[in-house]
Ligand binder design. Structure first.
Ligand code: NAP
Ligand code: G4F
Length: 328
């Protein structure tokens, strides 16, 4: 039995899969929390990372988390589980609060109770988000920037963020929070804008679809590659002291830039006729500009992103071309 055991909530998500691969490559025994009585994504986890041991549980059910803690007996816990789609959080604010907000408190409690006399013996990572900056009060945003969330999701993440800090300060837990800016990959859910665009562009270029319906094209995001970002999570938990870190590329691009890059990759330079503006995809309150300052992570963790915006978009479009050609 290895002495490095990780328990990951959100194992079926984009980051859960990349983090599992990273930790397995480092010799960890990896455990994952999976919810529901017949989760359709279980098969994916079993195919991509068959070594991972799965435990049934839900972030809203403390007893299931305690059982998972007892069975996995982890040395590190990564809380990646969440209702993570911002647009959905307005229509489902209570569920989002329960899972994305109160769920963090449940995991912290499970860690604290399982750890016993020495709460710092189990290291904890919380997946905080640049969405917490919302109506941004600094440009670029850093660890000390005032939080001003603009969505029920953002508010829930702020709760989880401060609970993590509070457990560190109250119980001496080794609890760190990664304030991660948007990170993407071919594994990104199709509801998020990068994957929605990469899929549609692949289909349009293959003649399988004519147009794409979009919301606000002026919002700007700091987009990085998910594979780079899980490395930062791991590095945070290897530090002697727990702390909070911004993880970002320091570059910002609009949704128009994203469309330019994705359509450009398949040789379509004049994409305006292909994009239909649809009010259904506009949000009640928007986060207009995100751009992060990750200099603390660079200095303390030695972390830097390795994949730039154009390369990321190309990677995603290429992946979707392959998928769609297989379907054609
Ligand atoms: P994701 O792909 O949407 O994955 C979310 C995960 O949470 C899924 O495994 C999902 O399981 C699980 N989950 C949802 N409700 C649950 C519940 N009640 N109990 C247990 N698990 C539950 O998200 P991601 O992109 O990998 O992001 C990982 C984390 O980082 C999330 O907390 C997200 O909010 C945060 N974050 C993401 C970004 C980003 O740009 N990707 C940036 C900052 C922060 P099912 O498959 O069963 O639904
Ligand atoms: O891809 P998005 O849905 O991501 P969003 O809202 O920035 O949230 C993601 O990143 C956060 C980190 O900052 C995470 F915490 C969160 O869990 C999630 O992973 O939307 C990006 C932007 C928004 O401004 C949105 O209004 O794209 C704009 N957008 C324009 N048209 C669209 C669309 N977004 C989506 N999903 N679909 C559209 O058609």
């Amino acid at each position: 039995m290895t002495d490095r055991r990780a328990l990951i909530t959100g194992i079926t998500g984009q980051d859960g899969l990349y983090l599992s691969e990273l930790l397995l490559s480092k010799g960890y025994e990896v455990h994952g929390l999976i919810r529901g009585q017949n989760n359709p994504k279980e098969q994916l986890v079993r195919e991509v990372v068959p070594e991972v041991q799965l435990h049934t549980g839900d972030l809203t059910d403390l007893s299931s988390l305690l059982r998972a803690m007892r069975n996995a007996d982890p040395t590190e816990v990564y809380n990646l589980g969440a209702v993570s789609f911002v647009a959905y959080s307005w229509d489902n604010a209570f569920v989002t609060t329960d899972v994305t907000g109160n769920g963090v408190l449940n995991v912290l409690e499970a860690v604290r109770l399982h750890a016993g006399d020495d709460p710092s013996r189990i290291r904890f990572y919380q997946a905080s988000s640049s969405e917490m900056f919302g109506k941004v009060q600094d440009v670029p945003q850093k660890e000390t920037t005032l939080l001003w969330p603009r969505s029920p999701y953002g508010v829930s993440k702020v709760f989880g963020h401060y609970m993590t800090i509070n457990y560190r300060e109250s119980y001496g837990m080794h609890a760190s929070s990664g304030i991660l800016f948007n990170h993407e990959s071919p594994r990104r859910g199709p509801e998020f804008v990068t994957r929605k665009v990469s899929r549609a562009v692949a289909r349009i270029s293959l003649g399988l679809q004519d147009t794409i319906s979009m919301g606000n094209l002026d919002a700007r995001r700091d987009w990085g590659f998910a594979g780079d970002y899980v490395e930062a999570m791991w590095r945070m938990l290897q530090q002697d002291e727990a702390d909070d870190y911004v993880i970002a590329t320091g570059q910002t691009h609009s949704i128009r830039d994203l469309l330019d890059a994705a359509f450009g990759h398949v040789g379509i330079t004049d994409w305006q006729d292909r994009v239909v503006q649809d009010p259904r995809f506009m949000r009640p309150a928007e986060v207009d500009l995100l751009i992060g300052d990750a200099s603390k992570a660079k200095e303390k963790l030695g972390w830097e992103p390795t994949v730039g915006f154009e390369e990321l978009v190309a990677m995603m479009v290429e992946h979707d071309l392959e998928v769609e050609r297989g379907r054609a």
